[in-house]
Design a protein. Structure first.
Length: 200
């Protein structure tokens, strides 16, 4: 077999093996979710309580990064540090991809007037208090990027808690820009943005 033939054979073998590896990763992720994650986050990332974030539809890169940060201690959480302690990097990726494939529940905001205030702040910021528009980083639909979280459809109380954590410098593993922005936000603005995003 010539060099070209060997390369062609190797490429074909890799392409044939790829679906099997993908299925193995998903099977492993599902087993981990069924053993541990489902208690708080549900089997499909829908979450059992507003205290815990919805993981359904979240970018896999972001989820894997957070798991890595929980394991290393960059992001503080006693519960999550224990959960992530035994995860390998490929399992973190597999879990991220598993949850990203799940459909995101959509619910209308509980407080429509508060959500309207949040809509304005999210898209336009608040020039009077110096709060920047959230959409400039997180996208006009709140869908984020591979490096920034999907916020659309997330529980309002969870988003508000995270904003407060950024403001108190209790959450320090992510972008320092968040500290600067949240330091200018009032509690009303945090609650309003969170309420708006929960209904997206």
């Amino acid at each position: 077999m010539g060099a070209l033939g060997k390369k062609t054979w190797l490429l074909a073998a890799c392409l044939l093996a790829a679906p099997a590896w993908g299925q193995a990763d998903e099977a492993r992720a599902k087993k981990i979710v069924a053993g541990v994650c489902f208690i708080c986050h549900g089997m499909e990332g829908e979450s059992s309580s507003e205290v815990f974030p919805r993981l359904a539809g979240q970018h896999w890169e972001y989820t894997a990064k957070q798991l890595d940060h929980f394991k290393s201690g960059k992001r503080k959480s006693t519960a999550m540090a224990d959960m992530a302690a035994k995860l390998t990097p490929d399992e973190m990726v597999a879990l991220g991809k598993y949850f990203e494939k799940m459909s995101v529940p959509t619910e209308p905001p509980k407080d429509t007037e508060l959500a309207l205030v949040g809509r304005y702040i999210f898209h336009s910021g608040n020039k009077f208090s110096g709060v920047a528009a959230c959409a400039s980083c997180h996208g006009k639909d709140g869908l984020g990027t591979s490096q920034l979280p999907r916020l659309a459809g997330q529980y309002a109380s969870y988003i508000e808690t995270q904003l407060k954590s950024f403001g108190k410098r209790e959450r320090t593993n992510d972008n320092a820009v968040m500290h600067a922005i949240v330091s200018s936000m009032s509690q009303l603005e945090m609650a309003a943005v969170a309420e708006y995003l929960s209904g997206k």
